[in-house]
Design a protein around this ligand. Structure first.
Ligand SMILES: *[C@@H]1O[C@H](CO)[C@@H](O)[C@H](O)[C@H]1NC(C)=O
Ligand SMILES: *[C@@H]1O[C@H](CO)[C@@H](O)[C@H](O)[C@H]1NC(C)=O
Ligand SMILES: *[C@@H]1O[C@H](CO)[C@@H](O)[C@H](O)[C@H]1NC(C)=O
Ligand SMILES: *[C@@H]1O[C@H](CO)[C@@H](O)[C@H](O)[C@H]1NC(C)=O
Ligand SMILES: [Zn+2]
Ligand SMILES: [Zn+2]
Length: 296
């Protein structure tokens, strides 16, 4: 009896801590807030708003809606999508909205999907490596890329953005054959980087202050967008509630070069980003990934 009780109290305390932490993060999204309502939800439950979890998992590639309505029913498709998500992030595969799963989902992340090879049989995992590529392994067929800045929302000046992006590009340049050169605003360029908010013309609207921080497209499209509504930090004093622009830039540039998300939490290409953290060094997994992609 006693051990069971204390176990219960610890779990409650952890959950409370989680709530308090969540309350502290001012920029918390509507999605993160509503997650609490689904605590311990499982197959058979119907909870108002549960369709947002389906949308979240669908957007990340864990299942396809296939034209059907997203209801608030915790059905078979939600259970299997949740299991695939839990497997991908090495959580306990429960098929429920357990605390670990909710915690993971409440962390801000990159908006690029995790899974590209969804088939009707469900998610297929490549288990040999942690790094991944986009579907069909799109790559650049040249190694000298040009870039320029273009934003539709003002966050920081190009003068302050430039050295951050230069350093981020340098991280990839030293482990690959790529070189990068900035061109003028009106010139054609391979890569265009900038800040945008909400709907910005690419079918992937940003969500305001919240879950999605940025996204970028596979080669050879070259578009990299930061969500202007995040609390970006552009110095080296990133506070607990801020997003380190350089860390996220290195991640998004990995997508620009053709890398997908890595399952290795230490990798730059890991999809989630803990606010306040500075993560600016490529891991061996990132290096292995870029070398595997451009090894011939
Ligand atoms: C979708 O939901 C609407 C409103 O609840 C309903 O009228 C419609 O029949 C549903 N469509 C499908 C394909 O289930
Ligand atoms: C961003 O974070 C800083 C540091 O915590 C804080 O002072 C500032 O008010 C925040 N800005 C917004 C817009 O929330
Ligand atoms: C932050 O640190 C980097 C690496 O040490 C340095 O090159 C850069 O100038 C610093 N940025 C600012 C704004 O101080
Ligand atoms: C994948 O990452 C994990 C750490 O999350 C590590 O233990 C494992 O060795 C990595 N696998 C490969 C193939 O690199
Ligand atoms: Zn990403
Ligand atoms: Zn965009």
């Amino acid at each position: 009896m006693a051990p069971k009780l204390s176990h219960h109290i610890i779990l409650e305390a952890l959950f409370l801590l989680f709530l308090i932490q969540a309350l502290f993060v001012k920029s918390e999204s509507q999605f993160s807030k509503s997650l609490r309502l689904f605590h311990e939800a499982r197959k058979g439950y119907t909870i108002e708003g549960l369709n947002h979890v389906k949308q979240y998992l669908e957007a990340l590639g864990y299942y396809s809606i296939g034209g059907s309505n997203l209801t608030d029913d915790f059905d078979d498709s939600l259970e299997s999508a949740l299991k695939a998500y839990q497997q991908h992030y090495r959580l306990e595969i429960t098929g429920r909205m357990d605390s670990d799963t909710m915690k993971k989902m409440s962390i801000p992340r990159c908006g690029v999907r995790d899974i590209f090879d969804y088939s009707n049989d469900g998610v297929k995992f490549i288990t040999v490596a942690n790094y991944s590529f986009f579907e069909g392994m799109p790559r650049w067929n040249k190694r000298q890329l040009t870039y320029k800045f273009r934003s539709s929302a003002h966050v920081i000046s190009v003068r302050r953005l430039r050295p951050i992006i230069t350093r981020a590009l340098q991280k990839w340049a030293v482990v690959s054959d790529f070189t990068f050169r900035e061109v003028r605003f009106f010139s054609r360029s391979d890569v265009v980087l900038g800040f945008h908010r909400r709907g910005h013309g690419d079918n992937y609207p940003f969500d305001g202050p919240g879950n999605v921080l940025a996204h970028a497209f596979a080669p050879q499209y070259g578009k990299l967008h930061f969500d202007a509504d995040e609390n970006w930090s552009s110095n080296n004093l990133t506070r607990f509630n801020q997003i380190d622009l350089e860390s996220v830039s290195i991640h998004e540039l990995g997508h620009i070069l053709g890398l997908g998300h890595s399952r290795d939490p230490d990798a730059i290409m890991y999809a989630y980003y803990m606010p306040g953290s500075i993560k600016r060094d490529l891991s061996q997994d990132d290096i292995d990934g870029i070398r595997a992609l451009y090894s011939h």
